[in-house]
Every structure is written in structure tokens, then in C-alpha cells.
Design a protein around this ligand. Structure first.
Ligand SMILES: Cc1cc2nc3c(=O)[nH]c(=O)nc-3n(C[C@H](O)[C@H](O)[C@H](O)COP(=O)(O)OP(=O)(O)OC[C@H]3O[C@@H](n4cnc5c(N)ncnc54)[C@H](O)[C@@H]3O)c2cc1C
Length: 561
């Protein structure tokens, strides 16, 4: 079996040899190191490798070469190897020099590279290898070749097999899908020892679940509620960024904390392929990765998790708040943090709803993007999330069309994203346009687009559609006493005084809702910033306020809820 290639390009021969040696010594058993001493030779060699079907995991190019800048070369590499990681090689501290710093900034902003790599100093240079390992990890993750991948086998891409993929995604479990009649599918079914019922879920240790329920799947991944343990100090509804942050702070500060989520971890953030504005992650971090780390952290600090359980009602009984869950049980605590976020609006085109999972996807393309190589892809939406999705998909797809209702991209998207979208050659933007219909057999084939000014509808060929058309808060299940704004978002703190919705003499705490002891954090809250960092901040603040309330031997509510 040929092993994947690590490709190095540098005009300076001694530097090239040093890099080759450094890579070969460390990775020689699992990768083959190939080098080229000029950008032209590199492109010729890479095309030749692609022609014979060799895999390239990482291309490292020095920035300052005579024939072509490294960033320009790496942009071209995307056309030959869309999934290869691309590293721009620079000298230590060169980002401080205006010319290199500027080139690096541009290359990152225009997505010509994944990140930079500092030239190794002396062997072994562990900083260099830490960076190389991160590139290789990202490559393996995107290609779903991690040995920890759970395999889902189904009869079609849509239906229950798609729902199971969603559940695994929401429990942050790496997974891949194959059709039951494919050679891999047949082999997995034959080796599973299961009775043949589909869809089949096969874990890396060989355990197989035939047509499992969501709760069975969550239990297999290790997160269900312990029926013996129903009383807590703090219950958090939602395991998105706000809920996970509250869990870390609640558990670390000694509160018996339960986090309930109707899916798994990460909330909306799991659909973000690359969050670049979260503090401390200069190369960006996928929402899923961030959620996995936060979950692990909260779990190790002692928080309990119940996945695949929805909270269906909230009531007060004395000084405790009771929440009913979909497993039929109740859990209670003196304080509750509502961090249930928001859910995507639906397109409400029945022909397209029938194709959800089979070419039509709600939310970001984080897990589907690698499968989009050479496809004709559409993204609907005009906000940052849609811009990010289009950029991520453009790395794989032949063409991405961004369909926007508004007449300008600037109306809903940050300036830096508008620039990136404009600068990406395989993204087309259709302003003032709506998706009004579509068609497909086993998978999406066509979309019908109509200009909003009443012009004629047009049918276009499409192999995938990603819908990023805004969200509404998940507050329908909450009691009417909880004050909301016109959009259903929960009012908190000072807003409640203005509304006259606050029932006590004391002032409401800043994130407290109109039910004393019930707090709201993150996107569910009126006035939230709709950012991961803001949700994380609010989650931690809410825990601080819970402490304040518990310590102050709070006043009872005027009326029981
Ligand atoms: C595609 C996309 C890209 C984005 N990119 C960025 C970015 O680059 N940078 C940035 O800062 N922000 C980004 N955002 C916004 C960011 O993800 C959100 O602001 C953030 O996730 C809000 O966190 P949250 O915890 O408040 O809510 P959510 O993330 O919505 O999480 C809420 C959780 O509550 C659960 N839940 C809901 N109702 C119930 C119930 N009744 N019972 C149990 N559980 C329930 C849900 O399953 C969910 O897991 C992006 C959003 C999207 C959709």
C-alpha cells in the first residue's frame, strides 16, 4: 500500500535537505517525503502524483521563492489536492517583518493556506513537529481516516441513516457513512454478527448496533441520565457553548451539576467548520473540536451529562425547580440555567424537505464538506455563518453558489468575510434571489431559483444545498410566565423591570429571567451577541450569579410557578 506523501518545496537546497531529513526521521514509516526545488517542479510533480492516484497529506512551501510566492503556489495546490493541508514556511519571528507578516496575513485571509510553519531550528525541533502533527491530524480528521471513526451503514443517504449520523455528530463522535450495497458496506454487515437490520452502526471496537434508537446510541457513546441521581444543585439545559461553559464553572466550583441536551454537545457551534474569532486559537478551531474539549473538561471536573433527552417543562415547587425530561423522569435543583440556544428556520419547500440528508442540509457543512469534492453546491443565507460555509465548501466543491435574499452581501455579513467570498474564484453570489423549489431521486439534482423582484424562475443543476437561513429560540416548551420578546427570546435582568414582569422586591440579577432562580445564557437570551465567546462568557457569569443567589438565601417568589 503506498503511504501518503509529505511534499516540501524550497529553492534553498540546504534548507530543503534539512526539512526532508527532519520529516523523514520522524514520519518516514507512515508517510513518504517528496521534495521539489522550485514551484514549477512542485506543480509538475504534484500533478503527476495526482494522476497515479497518490495521496498527499501536507504541502509545505517556503514563502519567498523567485518564480512564485509560496502562498501563490499553495493556492494552486488546492486545485490539484483539495484535501491536502497547506503550510507556509517562514523563519522564526518573520511575522514581525512587514513584508512576510503582510503576506502571511493575506494568505490566511484568502484561505490560500491552512497555517504557517516555522522553519526547524536544530534537530529535534519539537515546536516544528507539534505543528506538523496538527496539520496531519486535521488532514486525517477531514478524510475520516481516524481509527476511532464509527461507521454507519444504510440503504440510502437520507432517512434514519442520516438521523443517526446527525446524532453521532451531535455527540461529537467521528463517523463515516457507506451504502449497504457498497463493498465496504457489505463487509461491515457481514462481519457485524447483527441480524441484518439497517441502518447498522459499527463502533471501532467491533460492537454493532442494528437500527438503534437515539437513546441507545447516546448510551453507547456514554452519556445518559443516571436514574438514581435526580437531585442537583444546578441544572443546565443545553450543551452548546453557553451550557458547556456553565458546566465547567458550576462543576469546578463544587455545585452538583447536570447538563441536559436533546442532542449531544456543541449546539450550533458544531456546524461551524472554522471559528476564527475565539480567543486563543490563532489557526481557528472547528466548533466540534472546541465542544469536545469543553465537554471533556466539564466531565473531568465532575459535571453529569444526559444526551438525547429534551426538557419538556419547568415548574417551581417550594424552593426547588423541577424539569420534566423525555425519558419520563424529573430532575430538580434550586437553580436552572437555560442555555437552549436557537434552531434553524426551515425553508418550507416540501420537495426539498424530503431530501434532507440526501443533498439538502440544514446548518454548516462541517461534517459533509469533504464529500463535496468536484460537486455543484448551493448555500442559502446572507449572514456570517453562510459566508463561512461557502468558503469552507469552496475548498472542495467545483462551484459554490451563495443565494442571498438581500441586495447586498454587506447587509448581513462581516466585512472580512465579504472580502474572502469576493476573492474566491469558485464562489458565485446571487443576490436578491430565493430558492422556491427543487427535485431529486435518491439525492438532490435540481433547484429552482427565483429573483425576489418577481422575475422568472430558473432551474439549475445542484448536487448539494446547505441552508443557513437564521434561527429561532428554543423556548416553546417553557412556561408562559417566562418573559420573552416578540421573537420568543428570553428577557433577563434590567429588561424585566421595564416590562413589569419581575415578581420580587429585590432586583433581578443580570442574567436572571422572570422566574427567580432561572437564568438564561447564550443565544436563547434577548440581546445576546450570537457569538461563541459571548455564550461562553454568559455561561460562566450565570454560574457566578447562581452562587450569589444561593449565598444570599434568596427571597421566595411571590407566586409559585
Ligand atoms: C454555521 C454557524 C457558524 C457559526 N460561526 C461562528 C463563528 O465563527 N464565531 C462565533 O463566535 N459564533 C459563530 N456562530 C454562532 C455560535 O455558534 C452561537 O452563537 C453559539 O453556538 C450559541 O451558543 P448557545 O450555547 O447559546 O446555544 P446553541 O449553540 O444553540 O446550543 C443550544 C443547545 O441546547 C440544546 N437544546 C435546545 N432545546 C433543548 C431542550 N428543550 N432540552 C434539551 N436541550 C435543548 C440544543 O440541542 C443545543 O445543543 C455560528 C453559528 C452557526 C450556526
Amino acid at each position: 500500500m503506498p503511504v501518503p506523501v509529505l511534499f516540501v518545496v524550497d529553492e534553498d537546497e540546504s534548507s530543503l535537505r534539512l526539512l526532508e531529513r527532519e520529516l523523514d526521521d520522524r514520519y518516514g514509516r507512515s508517510y513518504r517525503v517528496v521534495s521539489a526545488q522550485s514551484p514549477e517542479l512542485a506543480l509538475t510533480e504534484l500533478r503527476a502524483l495526482a494522476e497515479v492516484g497518490e495521496e498527499v497529506a501536507l504541502v509545505i512551501a517556503a514563502q519567498w521563492m523567485r518564480a512564485m510566492a509560496g502562498s501563490e503556489l499553495l493556492e494552486k495546490v488546492r486545485g490539484i489536492y483539495p484535501q491536502a493541508q497547506r503550510a507556509l514556511l517562514i523563519e522564526w519571528m518573520a511575522w514581525g517583518d512587514g513584508r512576510t507578516g503582510g503576506a502571511l496575513f493575506q494568505a490566511m485571509a484568502r484561505r490560500q493556506i491552512e497555517y504557517f510553519l516555522v522553519r526547524p531550528a536544530s534537530s529535534p525541533d519539537e515546536l516544528f513537529h507539534q505543528a506538523v502533527s496538527t496539520f496531519l491530524f486535521e488532514w486525517g480528521h477531514a478524510r475520516r481516516i481516524s481509527p476511532q471513526t464509527v461507521q454507519v451503514v444504510g440503504e440510502s443517504w437520507s432517512g434514519r441513516a442520516y438521523e443517526l449520523r446527525e446524532v453521532l455528530g451531535r455527540c461529537a463522535v467521528p463517523h463515516a457513512f457507506c451504502l449497504a450495497n457498497s463493498p465496504q458496506g457489505q463487509e461491515l454487515v457481514a462481519n457485524s454478527g447483527a441480524d441484518g437490520a439497517l441502518p447498522l452502526v459499527v463502533f471501532p471496537d467491533g460492537t454493532a448496533l442494528a437500527d438503534p434508537s437515539n437513546i441507545e446510541l447516546a448510551a453507547a457513546t456514554g452519556a445518559t441520565v443516571d436514574p438514581q441521581l435526580r437531585e442537583f444543585d444546578l441544572i443546565i439545559i443545553g450543551a452548546g457553548p453557553a451550557g458547556l461553559s456553565a458546566a465547567v464553572y458550576g462543576a469546578s466550583e463544587g455545585l452538583r451539576t447536570l447538563v441536559v441536551d436533546e442532542g449531544g454537545i456543541g449546539g450550533q457551534a458544531t456546524s461551524s467548520s472554522l471559528i476564527r474569532n475565539y480567543l486563543g486559537f490563532p489557526r481557528g478551531v472547528s466548533g466540534r473540536r472546541l465542544a469536545e474539549q469543553a465537554y471533556e473538561q466539564a466531565w473531568l471536573l465532575g459535571a453529569k451529562f444526559a444526551f438525547m433527552h429534551s426538557a419538556t417543562s419547568l415548574r417551581r415547587d417550594g424552593d426547588r425547580l423541577h424539569l420534566a425530561l423525555t425519558d419520563g423522569g424529573e430532575v430538580s435543583a434550586p437553580a436552572v440555567i437555560l442555555a437552549a440556544g436557537a434552531a434553524y428556520r426551515r425553508l418550507e419547500v416540501p420537495e426539498l424537505e424530503a431530501l434532507v440528508g440526501a443533498g439538502v442540509y440544514y446548518g454548516g457543512p462541517a461534517s459533509e464538506a469533504p464529500a463535496m469534492v468536484d460537486r455543484e453546491v448551493y448555500v442559502v443565507g446572507g449572514a456570517n455563518s453562510a459566508g463561512q460555509a461557502a468558503l469552507h465548501l469552496a475548498e472542495y466543491a467545483r462551484n459554490v453558489t451563495l443565494v442571498v435574499r438581500a441586495d447586498s452581501l454587506e447587509a448581513g455579513m462581516s466585512h472580512y468575510l465579504v472580502q474572502q467570498v469576493d476573492g474566491t474564484t469558485n464562489i458565485e453570489v446571487r443576490l436578491g434571489t430565493e430558492v422556491v423549489g427543487g427535485r431529486g431521486g435518491d439525492a438532490l439534482q435540481e433547484l429552482m431559483l427565483r429573483p425576489r423582484d418577481g422575475g422568472e424562475a430558473e432551474t439549475v443543476a445542484a448536487e448539494a444545498l446547505f441552508l443557513m437561513i437564521g434561527a429561532r429560540p428554543k423556548t416553546e416548551w417553557l412556561p408562559p410566565e417566562l418573559a420573552r420578546d416578540a421573537g420568543g427570546f428570553l428577557r433577563t435582568g434590567g429588561d424585566l423591570r421595564e416590562d413589569g414582569a419581575w415578581p420580587l422586591e429585590r432586583e433581578p440579577l443580570s442574567l436572571e429571567t422572570s422566574i427567580p432562580g432561572v437564568f438564561a445564557a447564550g443565544d436563547i437570551r434577548h440581546g445576546s451577541m450570537n457569538r461563541v465567546a459571548a455564550a461562553v462568557g454568559e455561561g460562566s457569569v450565570a454560574v457566578r450569579l447562581v452562587h450569589e443567589l444561593l449565598a444570599a438565601d434568596r427571597l421566595p417568589p411571590r407566586q409559585p410557578v
